[in-house]
Design a protein around this ligand. Sequence first.
Ligand SMILES: [Zn+2]
Ligand SMILES: [Zn+2]
Length: 239
Amino acid sequence: MGRFSALSKGLAWPSQCRVCGLWPAQPLCTACRRRFAPVRPRCPHCAAPVDGASPCPCLAQAVESALAACAVAVDYVYPWDRLIARFKFQGEPGWAKPFARLMLDAPGATALLDGADWIAPVPLTPARLAERGHHPPWELARALARLHPRPTLAGTLVRLSDGLAQHRLARQERLRNLQGAFAVPIDGLQRLRGARVLLVDDVTTTGATLAAAAQALRAAGAARVDALVFARTPAPHER
Ligand SMILES: [Zn+2]
Ligand SMILES: [Zn+2]
């Protein structure tokens, strides 16, 4: 039970691996990193795992998406689901840095960062921000910018509402539900004109939120929008 004990007991020691309990270690020891965050080949557009034999089914729709490319660090499974919950819901902002390190190691991530004029966190609604008291995507964006210096963009993309509860909808419904959920205030237009923007988020499930945010940025004049996300929920057939 050793590997669960540290996770369930919480942050017993600041220098203990939070997954296996190894001490002294970084928040994630090298062995856990290797074991739980294997670098796997993914589709450069939707970040679904690919085996290389057949093209990703998303390629048929990629031209329609406002999101050009997406890189992802890990699958949203153990232990990341629990660590993300601590980061997002239990106010442990210290996870931003180790998560950002893993994001940098995602295939294609450094090329996306190098090409970006701006790193932009996917915004939360004001209600969600008030409820959480902190902004996990913004903390990830800042941690990334510290590790791989790029200018960050705050407040240029805003989130108006979530519409219906997203998790109860299929992808097409989510996309429809999110239309108009993001907007760019007029004073942000100049910064976006012709720019390449890299959206940063903690978790993506269907990609609908990223696509809607990308659509708003493109409509506001951005030349290209990509995404770098910490974790992606695997589809049922990928588990
Ligand atoms: Zn460990
Ligand atoms: Zn794909």
